[in-house]
Design a protein around this ligand. Structure first.
Ligand SMILES: [Zn+2]
Ligand SMILES: [Zn+2]
Length: 306
């Protein structure tokens, strides 16, 4: 299993390198088709990764259907691996993570494991990386690079509001591409200063932990203004600055010192209605930023590790 996954990753890397698109469906096909076949692919005798058995040539995995499904291109060590019993709204939107459910002390959790390496260009991959990409004009690059993390983050499968969390230091959620979110207040010093170091994906690196993170809109997520952007630690979803139909959200919670900027209504992922956050330019940052307060109990933050 492990070996075939490695091979799948190798195959994906190769297909990315030659510019063909790997859609979710074809990835699943690849997973199945490589399960029992020994890909003799590179023929590089020097590699220790090619396994030993078989030697049977199989070049018939032609799964390029030319579909226009968005690419899944995960850098780092994480590939998309989501268990069947994970809720559809997560299964259908998240990638570059390992996602499963578990029960602990009679509470059901959704668990996301991610290496937190962004699946898009950034200077913070490092100057020698093929994914190096300069910061936008007017921004400045931080002088340290991201480090691959080992996040295992638990989210209540059924959010509860018994003990709402306010400020959460460090990772307070995960974007659909496996990168962690930080709140606006979790920065050291002024977020305005931090915003100057954002890359084209609107992410940058925390000093010390070297965790790559977004404080706001992940600009490389497709349809980021209206899309489901990720999940917060309390288990509630977060959407772009607009509703799915492109309209401005109304009736957002703006009460108190640390409003959640959330509200409840039906979305395409939750036809029966669901509380959700919207990112918002809530303090004249100039860009939409995550709220500093949570609607639900986020005590699972204790499970964040790296
Ligand atoms: Zn930051
Ligand atoms: Zn909404």
């Amino acid at each position: 299993m492990n070996l075939s996954r490695k091979m799948l990753f190798l195959l994906m890397s190769v297909s990315i390198a030659v510019g063909t698109s790997a859609c979710k469906e074809s990835v699943d096909e690849l997973l199945n088709s490589t399960e029992n076949s020994d890909d003799s692919g590179s023929g590089d005798t020097g590699s220790g990764d090619t396994g030993s058995g078989g030697g049977e040539t199989n070049d018939e995995d032609d799964s390029d259907e030319g579909t226009e499904t968005s690419e899944i291109e995960c850098f780092g060590t994480d590939e998309t691996d989501i268990d069947d019993d994970v809720p559809d709204w997560v299964k259908d939107n998240f990638h570059c993570s390992r996602i499963y459910t578990m029960t602990q002390n009679n509470v059901e959790y959704l668990v996301i494991e991610t290496d937190d390496v962004p699946n898009h260009g950034s200077p913070y991959h490092g100057a020698d990386s093929e994914y190096y990409e300069e910061v936008p004009d007017g921004n400045r690059e931080q002088n340290f690079d991201l480090e691959e993390q080992d996040f295992v983050i638990k989210f209540p499968l059924t959010p509860t509001t018994d003990d709402p969390a306010v400020t959460v230091p460090g990772a307070c959620g995960v974007a659909v591409n496996g990168v962690v979110f930080y709140q606006g207040s979790s920065s050291t010093g002024s977020l305005d200063d931090e915003l100057e170091t954002m890359d084209n994906g609107n992410g940058h690196v925390a000093g010390g932990s070297l965790q790559y993170h977004y404080h706001g809109t992940p600009l490389y997520v497709e349809d980021y203004q209206t899309a489901l952007l990720g999940i917060m630690l309390d288990g509630y979803p977060i959407y772009g600055e607009k509703e799915e139909d492109g309209t401005e959200p109304t009736d957002l919670d703006e009460s108190g010192d640390d409003p959640t900027f959330g509200h409840t209504h039906a979305t395409s992922h939750f036809p029966n209605g669901m509380f959700h956050y919207h990112i918002r330019d809530w303090d004249n940052f100039g860009v939409p930023i995550l709220p500093n307060s949570m609607q639900g109990d986020a005590s699972s933050q204790a499970q964040v590790s790296n």
